[in-house]
Structure formats: C-alpha cells, structure tokens
Design a protein around this ligand. Structure first.
Ligand code: PLP
Length: 389
C-alpha cells in the first residue's frame, strides 16, 4: 500500500499551497523581485531580542510555562486588550499561543464538530479554511463585494446561515485584500451571530496597520459579544516577530478551558523564550508600530501609483490596511492566476501569489505584498511595465 492511501481524508482535502509553490519556484531564478511574502522584512526591535537572550542566559526558558502562558505576560496582554481593543478582559481569559495560527486552530478545533459549517468571507486567508477542514468542518464562503472595496456582504452572510452553522471566521484588516471591515459592518455581523447563537472567531493579526480614516474595530468590544467571540492576535506583524511564533487569544470564561484542551495536544505551551520577548515587546517602547505603519502606508501609496500606470493590466481596490492588496487581472491572456504568476516569475522575474489560493472568488487576481523595501516595489513594477508593454 502506498503512503498516499494512508493519508487522512482531512489532510487530502487540503490543496497544495500556491504560496509555497511560488517560493520554491522563485528560488530557482536569480534576482527575483519579491512581492509574494506576507511577512515583515524588518528585524524585531533590539530590546525585544535582548530580553529573550537575558531570559535564556538566566535559565528561565528551559522548562514549559503554564500552558496558558506566563502570568505576567497575560496580565500585560489584558492591559493592551483593554486599552487598544476596548475588550473588557483579564489574565485568566487569555491564552498565549504559538502565533495567531495555533490560537485560531485551537479555537476552530474547540467549537467545530464534523460536518459543522463555518462561514468565511471569500477571498480570505487560505489557512482559515484549511483549519476548518482539519476539524472536519465545512467552509462556507460568502463572497466579499469587490466593487465596494471588498466589503462584507451582510445579506450574503445572513443567507448563508443554516442549522449546521457554528461559527463565522474572518480577518480584519484582511489578508489578502487589505480591507478593514468597518465598525458598522461588524456590528451587523454581531447581530447575526447573536441571533443565531454563532461563535465569531477573529484574526486580528494586522490590527495596528490601518491607513487613512480606516479604524480597526474588535467585535469582542461589543459587551454582548464577549461570551461568543474568540479573538486571536499575534506579535508576528506588530513587532516583526515572525519566527518567534508567539500570539494570544482571548475568550469567555467558559470557553478558555475548552480551547486550552485543544491547545495542549498541539503545543503544550508557546515557546518560553518568545514569551519573555513578548513581555518586553508590550512593556517597552511602542514606536516601532508607528514606524512600521508609516512605512507600509508609504509603500501602499507607491504600489497604487505604480498600478495606476498598468491600468490596462490590473484593476485594484485601494487597501485600507494590512500590507497586502489583491488586484484583478484584466488581461490574463486566457490563463488562470497560477499560470499567470508562473509566467510573470519566469519571464519578468517578479514573484507574486496567485489569487486562487484565497478561496473561490480569488481566481482572476494576484496578491501583492507591499511589506518590502520601496526599491523592491519599483524594481518589480519597472519589470512588469516592460513585460506588459
Ligand atoms: C491573516 C493572518 N493571520 C495569521 C498569520 C500568521 O500569524 P502568526 O505568525 O502569528 O501565526 C498571517 C501571516 O501571514 C496572516 O496573514
């Protein structure tokens, strides 16, 4: 029997990641202009790295922490959630996780039974749908309204609710579209969730990166939503700590011990050295956040200006947040987004991500990251301009 036959149906259902495929192909080509990675290219600030080194040298990091995370860290997280997210919480309602991803996975595992439906906007971050599939649940995609800047289709969400719906899972600011769902939209989502007794799982990874008059809104700040929201956060984007694998979630008193039952078999606890680094991140100067936001805002403006010059090839919605955007390909010469990206990589040496990776309405788009030095954006667009000319 080949190993293919031994693989669980859950895992078999997960498609090969186009992001990883593009990364692999990009490595075969020299001097690629990269617009495909959604990860900060800066280093974590010095004082954060120093705190981890100190904790390691002081022998504080060789054992497990409490599975929910160091108490001092959870206390600092509670202060941050009350101050920045307006969520009424405390250290006992917080679980420190292995990045936002493990928190989201534990959240999904703890509320989704086989056959349960989870409503997701489309396009959305592919990992979310894969997490639902791993829990043997069924992702139900509700298309975002592209012409309105990829806003939520509230009626579409309401119509998608069935007897089997357990949860709504979204990220705002969004990967891949960069949309910041407004407070008004999210209050309507809350109404639907409360009416049908649904759990709302949020991915707020890009919470600090919003531009113009867009404001990040945490749905758990609505007092009635505290009992049925699992809000997931990360240090990855805020403090450029991608490889530290550290994030957290907050949820209601009767959910946290249940989510913890899903967290322990996958993680036991988050990496302890990273927990000390995260503590320093919260206690130390916060100027890196404003600096990253300024940088991404300026990179977004540059990318939009460069896209304007390619108006015959791409049509785009200006992102209000994150560091990602999702232009539609107008002239795809009859190929799908995967083939289009591979062609762009081979012939123009520009690495992008095919939209097909982000749900059923992702096809026909590219995801571009502006979390790169501005010279990289110029290099990529200079090449694309000559290529499409
Ligand atoms: C929306 C979103 N959520 C979560 C993550 C990963 O977060 P973490 O590194 O905290 O697991 C990413 C990374 O790109 C992301 O875009």
């Amino acid at each position: 029997m080949s190993n293919a036959a031994r693989i669980s149906r859950r895992v078999q259902q997960i498609p090969k990641s186009a992001i990883h495929e593009m990364t692999r192909l990009s490595k075969e080509i020299e001097d690629v202009a990269f617009l495909s990675w959604a990860k900060p290219t800066s280093n974590a600030p010095r004082h954060i790295r120093d705190a981890a080194i100190r904790a390691i040298n002081d022998g504080l990091t060789d054992g497990y922490s409490e599975s929910s995370g160091l108490l001092k860290l959870r206390e600092e997280i509670a202060i941050k959630l009350e101050r920045d997210n307006k969520i009424d919480t405390n250290a006992s309602l917080i679980m420190v996780t292995v990045g936002a991803i493990e928190g989201l996975a534990a959240a999904v595992m703890s509320v989704v039974d086989p056959g349960d439906e989870v409503i997701l906007p489309s396009p959305s971050y592919s990992t979310h749908a894969n997490q639902v599939v791993l829990a043997s649940g069924k992702p139900v995609f509700v298309p975002l309204i592209e012409d309105d800047g990829f806003c939520l289709d509230i009626d579409g969400i309401r119509k998608a609710v069935t007897q089997k719906t357990r949860a709504i899972l979204y990220c705002s600011p969004s990967n891949p579209t960069g949309t910041v769902f407004s407070e008004q939209e999210l209050r309507q989502v809350a109404e639907i969730a409360l009416e049908h007794n649904l759990v709302v799982i949020t991915d707020e990874a890009y919470e600090y990166f919003t531009f113009d008059d867009n404001r990040h809104f945490s749905i758990a700040s609505i007092p009635e939503m505290r009992k049925n929201t699992i809000s997931c956060y990360t240090f990855t984007k805020t403090y450029a700590m991608t490889g530290w694998r550290i994030g957290y979630l907050c949820a209601a008193e009767d959910l946290i011990p249940q989510i913890s039952k899903a967290h322990i078999p996958f993680a036991i606890c988050a990496p302890v050295a990273s927990q000390y680094a995260a503590l320093a991140a919260l206690q130390g100067p916060q100027d890196c956040i404003a600096e990253f936001r300024r940088k991404y805002n300026s990179a977004r403006d540059l990318m939009c200006a460069r896209l304007d010059k390619l108006a015959n090839v791409f049509e785009y919605q200006q992102p209000g947040g994150s560091y990602l955007m999702f232009p539609r390909i107008l002239d795809d010469a009859g190929c799908d987004s995967g083939a289009f990206c591979r062609k762009l990589l081979r012939e123009a040496k520009v690495s992008t991500t095919p939209g097909v990776d982000f749900g059923p309405t992702g096809e026909g788009h590219l995801r571009l990251s502006f979390c790169v030095p501005e010279e990289m954006i110029d290099k990529a667009f200079d090449r694309m301009e000559s290529f499409f000319r």
